[in-house]
Write a protein of this length. Structure first.
Length: 282
């Protein structure tokens, strides 16, 4: 009988080993191989690829840009998700269902399609680019294509549903009596929001930040389309190394460094949040 739980989870474990662990292990092994433009991938093992990445300021710039971009997207998604979740909290069941359908509906559409839609809106002839002209703030359309602002706006639109889902999951367990008690004791709405409501939503907020950050730091399609070659992120550099220069070992080493950075950020984020908000998670 004791073996039954292990047998039940064995298909899922096997699935992850085949489709997740094995590719990562192959990528890790590949990152230690050498490469020559004349002979291709060599059989020797060394840390030369990691030394090249860690000693080149170009890669530092790419990693820093990717990290700051991910942090900005995570913060903006969280702010928008909190506001939207509070609005949904006040709605009736019927209108809440319709609003959730509108919010989560874009997840059924490909990320590439949504990103191309934003490329049309913020392009040189796009509607949003023409707003400064209509407001007489500029004589020419202001295109946000190939800018960090454009990338952030598009990625926020793509990823904000994940923050909303996380916060709404916590809000479904919200104790209305505590909020009503705060208001009945003459506490202001802002005080109730800051001291009563937000702390109860903190598990969803914190998990939403982590999910959006991890998706942002590994994003490829949106930065590639909106940012172009001017604003490369780590995923684009990995893509170039694998498919443009065919330097698979160097691309594999960059990918492994990105994975390590991602895990380190998640680890310290969880450690910090669990220590600071210990009571929330109890």
């Amino acid at each position: 009988m004791k073996k039954i739980p292990f047998l039940l989870v064995s298909p899922a474990v096997l699935f992850y080993i085949v489709f997740l662990v094995s590719p990562l292990l192959i990528t890790l092994i590949m990152s230690f191989h050498g490469y020559s433009i004349y002979t291709g991938i060599s059989d020797d093992f060394s840390l030369a690829n990691y030394e090249e990445v860690l000693s080149d300021s170009y890669f530092y710039k790419i990693f820093l840009r990717t990290f700051l971009l991910s942090v900005a997207v995570a913060l903006l998604c969280t702010i928008l998700a909190i506001v939207e979740a509070l609005i949904l909290y006040k709605m009736s069941t019927f209108y809440k269902s319709i609003s959730l359908l509108i919010i989560l509906g874009p997840l059924l559409v490909s990320v590439v399609v949504r990103t191309l839609g934003w490329a049309i809106l913020i392009g040189e002839n796009g509607f949003l680019s023409s707003i400064p002209v209509l407001l007489h703030l500029s004589e020419q359309p202001v295109s946000l294509m190939y800018t960090q602002i454009g990338v952030v706006i598009t990625m926020v639109h793509v990823l904000v549903p994940f923050s909303i889902i996380a916060i709404m999951a916590t809000m479904s367990k919200l104790d209305d009596s505590i909020v009503n008690a705060s208001l009945s004791l003459k506490a202001s709405s802002f005080y109730t929001l800051r001291k009563v409501l937000i702390p109860q939503l903190m598990p969803g907020i914190l998990s939403g930040v982590m999910v959006v950050f991890t998706l942002s730091i590994t994003a490829f399609a949106t930065p590639a389309i909106i940012g172009g070659r001017k604003l490369k992120v780590v995923a684009m550099v990995i893509y170039d190394e694998f498919l443009a220069t065919l330097n698979w070992p160097l691309g594999a080493s960059i990918a492994m460094i990105l994975i390590i950075i991602n895990f380190v950020c998640i680890y310290f984020y969880n450690k910090y949040t669990q220590k600071k908000y210990k009571r929330v998670f109890q």
